[in-house]
Ligand binder design. Structure first.
Ligand code: PHE
Length: 464
């Protein structure tokens, strides 16, 4: 929004909520649990938590401090800091462009499940194969995607993000409470498999939390590391310019360090709880074989839990998918908003017109992604050990390939060209202490570049 440039978040809380609105989305509730399940639960969580406290902290601090110090969005921020590094701003812009192609497809899946629970078809959705039938259908996924995209576009077109943010102050805590309730209910369940084995929710919780190091190889560990890192980028919305733009709206007296810790805490908390809601249920109903089912995990497991609740399951299911839909909407709004702002600056086209153009382009791309499950179906082995369809390939390109590259370049730029002091100065400019200053400087100069280079080469498949 034009006027947004000059105005800013009302205060620290407004900023934290807006950033959390962008950060908390299907990444936490859909993506985190399926990766955790695929990578064997506890070990993935352990790796993820370590990454949040080290890499997450470093990358989020970098993005937000760059934004507030330059008061520019990502496209211009790097060039303002150093003309030679202007290209990095352009590179970050590719990520939201790619994510936009598939985020609305998942938003569409969530919308479909809102309708399922609105029409009390929950038990049908709990049947095996329901989700697969839906996403492989030729028309329905496209219709729901368009619906979700239209909602996103309306919010961005009319510039009513503020209204949505106000609404998300109710929705986010509501979603959190509901998730906690579902976790507790799920843990009281037990299920008898056709072969007579009884599995309980509590056993599932152990699988989810307790790391299992049996037969761990270096290669497998690298896969976990790669998955966890891709999740970190995606979930925190870092290294894609979005947090730089948000940072540019933050007032100078806000304690950045504290806000960053709050965003991380909230985002990670929601993801951990979402996993505790889904992974034990998967283990209980489908055993360890069911854990590898990938992107379909949440949509298959939760209807089973809701059905086990009896009649209240309809209401709980409806409330859950509606709230998840809103969380997804705040995230997709932040992506489209960034694209519009950047393209407006690049092509000098008025904001509303740009919004329409981008919506049409995104719709075209998202239709292709939907067709990736039928007409354009393929199954490509990816270097992280999975087989992906079009959606997974786009997800892979943005989160496993581009983001390590961007983080690598950013760490070289900040660590060695601008120097960590440039960030430190911004962190203390409000008169608050910068906790973790030493770690920040060590991470950004040495650890981030090395690990990102490793992950980048691994993601290309050059290094196995
Ligand atoms: N972080 C959001 C989520 O977890 C997704 C997102 C990605 C939002 C990229 C903005 C940009 O769902």
């Amino acid at each position: 929004m034009e006027h947004k440039k000059k105005s800013s978040f009302s205060g620290s809380l407004g900023f934290v909520l807006a950033a959390a609105g962008s950060a908390v989305g299907v990444g936490n509730i859909w993506r985190f649990p399926y990766l955790a399940a695929k990578d064997g639960g506890g070990l993935f969580i352990l790796v993820y938590l370590v990454l949040v406290l080290t890499f997450g902290f470093t990358l989020l601090t970098t993005d937000i401090a760059i934004g507030r110090r330059t008061k520019q969005n990502a496209l211009q921020a790097f060039g303002t800091m150093h003309p030679k590094w202007n290209f990095l701003g352009k590179l970050t812009f590719l990520v939201p462009a790619i994510i936009m192609t598939y985020y609305t497809v998942i938003g569409g899946w969530v919308s479909k499940y809102v309708l399922v629970y609105l029409t009390a078809h929950g038990p049908a959705a709990a049947q095996d194969g329901y989700f697969l039938n839906f996403i492989t259908a030729p028309v329905a996924p496209i219709v729901f995607m368009l619906l979700f995209l239209a909602a996103t576009a309306v919010v961005v077109y009319f510039g009513v993000e503020k209204g949505i943010e106000r609404f998300s102050k109710i929705v986010m805590p509501g979603l959190l409470l509901l998730v906690i309730g579902i976790v507790i209910f799920g843990l009281t369940l037990k299920h008898t498999a056709p072969d007579g084995t009884v599995r309980t929710g509590l056993q599932g919780l152990a699988v989810y939390f307790v790391p299992n190091f049996d037969g761990l190889t270096v290669r497998h560990f690298l896969h976990i590391l790669m998955d966890a890192m891709s999740q970190l980028f995606f979930s925190l919305s870092v290294s894609m310019g979005i947090m730089i733009t948000y940072g540019s709206y933050v007032k100078d007296d806000v304690n950045l360090g504290r806000s960053i810790r709050q965003i991380e805490f909230f985002d990670t908390g929601v993801a951990l709880l979402a996993g505790a809601m889904i992974v034990p249920a998967v283990f209980m109903f489908s055993g360890t074989e069911g854990m590898a089912s990938g992107p379909s995990l949440m949509f298959e497991a939760l209807p089973k839990v809701f059905t086990a609740m009896g009649p209240v399951g309809h209401v709980v299911g409806l409330a859950f998918f509606v709230m998840l839909g809103f969380a997804a909407l705040t995230s997709s709004v932040s992506i489209l908003e960034t694209l519009v702002a950047n393209c407006k600056a690049l092509f000098h086209i008025p904001r509303k017109k740009m919004c329409i153009i981008l919506t049409v382009v995104s719709a075209g791309a998202a239709v292709l992604i939907c067709l990736g499950y039928n007409v354009l179906f393929f199954s490509l082995p990816l270097p992280n050990g999975t087989n992906g369809q079009l959606l997974d390939v786009m997800d892979y390109i943005s989160n496993s390939f581009l983001m390590p590259l961007i983080s690598f370049l950013t760490s070289i730029f900040i660590g060695w060209v601008m120097k960590p002091k440039w960030i430190e100065e911004e962190m203390i400019s409000s008169g608050h202490a910068f906790h973790g200053k030493k770690m920040y400087s060590f991470m950004i100069r040495f650890v981030v570049p090395v690990i990102m280079a490793v992950l980048f080469f691994q993601s290309t498949g050059i290094m196995k």
